[in-house]
Ligand binder design. Structure first.
Ligand code: AGP
Length: 627
């Protein structure tokens, strides 16, 4: 039987093994704190000493649990620990469902990120053999499976390989054994796992690099079906489908600093990451031109082009597709990745190009869409990927990859990555324009200068113009729902602005086409109903003026986002958010990038006003790795 879940599954896992006298409990605790963005409804730590495993775990946020259970408090003689921060799927967030999970003998401990699709079938068999289960989780079958094979006389490593080969699904699994205090075993299939190493001293494993970055910059990235055997200060790799062959892996040096992954003095990651947008954009401007040209050439020779993504990345795709289409002269079909297979079915044809956009490169609906397309058309399809994470699953399926240079984004709400995704697509669009000769060099240069000025415009806005945002938020407070309206390319901005507010401030707002809003939604408008118009001075401006008047005539309270020199919509508005950029066609294509920080900030302050934590929105996690 295959177990299907409708829940999200994201967890953070961390492991440490050392020969040094260091506080491994404290290090493990800090490790999962840096992974809390992956899930935060329960957590736990197991440490090995005195030939036993000692576990502390419970439901709740890490800080609360730590206050009660002193998660950091393990003796210095303990040289091995595993830690986990959970996002509930199989079973509610309770103490028994928290990781780590143990076998019957309480000697084998397992932490897991992913889903075991066949766990009910495995659990049934194991129960018939006499194994006792305590939790509702899928994970718990793993320690019992390992225990089964050890009871048959198989050694620990081989027992893990046998057990893992029984599991169907996605996993990043980390395992330890009370009688093997000199090793941790980590295995990966479709859920990220990285190994950090301090040569000769300490070895770490984690779902993400920032977890161990304060201690080491040297790391290995585990690929699907690979197993790492961690010893203190060393690691051995093997492929579980061919365990007898030794596996050599490349050691990578991480260049970015831990500061980039921590709050750096800001109250929340979301705020810090909004203020990092100028830097992220400047870095993204440095994407090698040869990469952009490769994408441009592939798109120019493509028969059909699709762009697909989820959430914020999808809205960045909508804005980017607008810019690319303008210079490409071919239509790009934008399809949400969750609907990709259903919508295209047999209509997906050979020689199509699919642009996949994803911050994490791990969003399961996108990975499944890509896998399906690859499988259906074998090699006769080209996948172009734009992601923020080097080595993510998406990059392995793609023919060509561009990595946006936003740096790690920890806030659950995507902010700086949105800007860099739109900028990347705009840079590709300019290469297309050059390649097709649809613009002369002077015009290309004007557009390029406009793109290059996006960090300065945002910096100027963030430094000098944000003061009215809090005021606008305070005045919005009495209304529980409202609209963000726009036309043309700015519909993407309206949708993304709306998503941010829903996500972090828990307010129902709709990002919508201003023209389409007359076909129904306008009936909601009454005296004082707030409507935020996104109004750059592009070719849609005059018609948008008409829309503003229609909503104003019905009592709507008009807040508009405009460029500094704007007059007409400003005069019709109750409040304006003014973006310091020139009003001409070269700058209009950059408005999806330069107008969004104001809307992100508005959502951030609306969350604070509602006493919500913008970094940990209700029911959400950063990366959605199940459908
Ligand atoms: C954005 O604020 C959301 N957290 C969410 O919509 C996100 O953009 C979406 O899940 C896609 O993630 P990805 O870019 O990592 O694929």
């Amino acid at each position: 039987m295959i177990y299907q879940t409708g829940y999200l599954r994201m967890c953070g896992i961390f492991g440490i093994i050392t020969n040094q006298d260091i506080p491994i409990g404290q290090i493990a605790l800090e490790g999962i704190k840096r992974l809390e963005y992956r899930g935060y409804d329960s957590c736990g730590i197991v440490a090995q000493y005195d030939s036993q495993l000692f576990i502390k775990k419970d439901a709740g946020k890490i800080d609360e649990i730590n206050e009660r259970l002193k998660l950091f408090d393990f003796p210095l003689e303990s040289k091995l620990a595993l830690a986990h921060t959970r996002w509930a799927t199989h079973g509610p967030p309770t103490k028994v469902n928290s990781h780590p999970h143990l076998d019957c003998s309480r000697k084998i401990a397992v932490i897991h990120n992913g889903i075991l699709e066949n766990f009910l079938e495995l659990k049934e068999q194991l129960e018939l053999e006499g194994h006792k289960f305590l939790s509702d989780t899928d994970t718990e079958v793993i320690p019992h499976l390992i225990e089964r094979y050890i009871r048959q006389g198989i050694d620990f490593t081989q027992a893990v390989i046998k057990a893992i080969n029984k599991c169907v699904g996605a996993y990043g699994v980390v395992i330890c054994h009370a009688d093997h205090p000199d090793m941790i075993i980590a295995v990966r299939k479709e859920s990220p796992l990285v190994i950090g190493i301090e040569e000769g001293k300490t070895t770490y494993c984690a779902s993400d690099i920032p977890a161990f970055l304060p201690y080491t910059r040297m790391c290995y990235i585990l690929e699907d079906n690979e197993m790492a055997i961690l010893k203190a200060g060393s690691v051995k790799f093997l492929n579980i489908t061919n365990p007898d062959e030794p596996l050599e892996k490349e050691l990578n040096k991480i260049e970015w600093s831990i500061d980039a992954a921590e709050k750096g003095g800001y109250k929340h990651f979301m705020l810090k990451e909004i203020y990092e947008e100028p830097l992220a954009l400047r870095q993204t401007m440095k994407i090698p031109r040869s990469k952009l040209q490769t994408f441009a050439k592939i798109l120019w020779s493509a028969k059909n082009i699709y762009i697909t993504a989820a959430g914020t990345s999808f809205y960045a795709s909508l804005a980017g597709k607008h810019i690319v289409t303008k210079f490409l002269g071919k239509y790009i079909h934008a399809i949400e990745c969750s609907e990709f297979q259903i919508e295209l079915g047999d209509a997906l044809q050979e020689d199509s190009v699919i642009i996949c956009v994803s911050q994490s490169g791990e969003t399961i609906d996108l990975i499944e869409a890509v896998r399906w397309a690859k499988e259906k058309l074998k090699k006769k399809i080209t996948l172009l990927c734009i992601t923020n994470v080097v080595g993510s699953s998406l990059t392995r399926y793609s023919d060509e990859t561009i990595v946006t240079q936003a740096g790690p984004e920890i806030g659950v709400a995507a902010t700086k990555t949105y800007c860099t995704q739109v900028l990347t697509l705009a840079l590709i669009a300019l290469e297309i324009a050059r390649y097709r000769k649809v613009l002369n060099e002077q015009e290309i240069n004007n557009y390029y200068e406009a793109l290059k000025s996006t960090p300065d415009i945002i910096e100027d806005y963030l430094k000098n113009k944000v003061s009215n945002i809090k005021d606008i938020v305070n005045n919005l407070d009495k209304s529980s729902n409202f609209f963000y309206l726009a036309r043309g390319i700015s519909i993407a901005t309206a949708k993304e602005g709306g998503l941010k507010l829903k996500e972090v401030a828990c307010r129902f707002i709709e990002g919508y086409s201003a023209a389409h809003a007359k076909h129904g939604p306008i009936s909601l408008v009454r005296e004082g109903f707030p409507i935020i118009f996104i109004a750059p001075p592009d070719e849609t401006y005059q018609r948008l003026v008409g829309n503003v008047m229609e909503f104003k005539a019905r009592g709507g309270k008009i807040i508009s986002v405009v460029v500094d020199s704007d007059k007409i919509i400003t005069n019709l508005s109750d409040r304006t958010i003014r973006i310091p950029q020139p009003a001409n066609k070269y700058y209009n294509i950059i408005s999806p990038i330069t107008f969004i920080p104001a809307l992100q900030l508005l959502s951030y302050y609306a969350a604070l006003k509602n006493n919500l934590d913008p970094d940990q929105p209700r029911n959400l996690a950063k990366t959605v790795t199940v459908h």
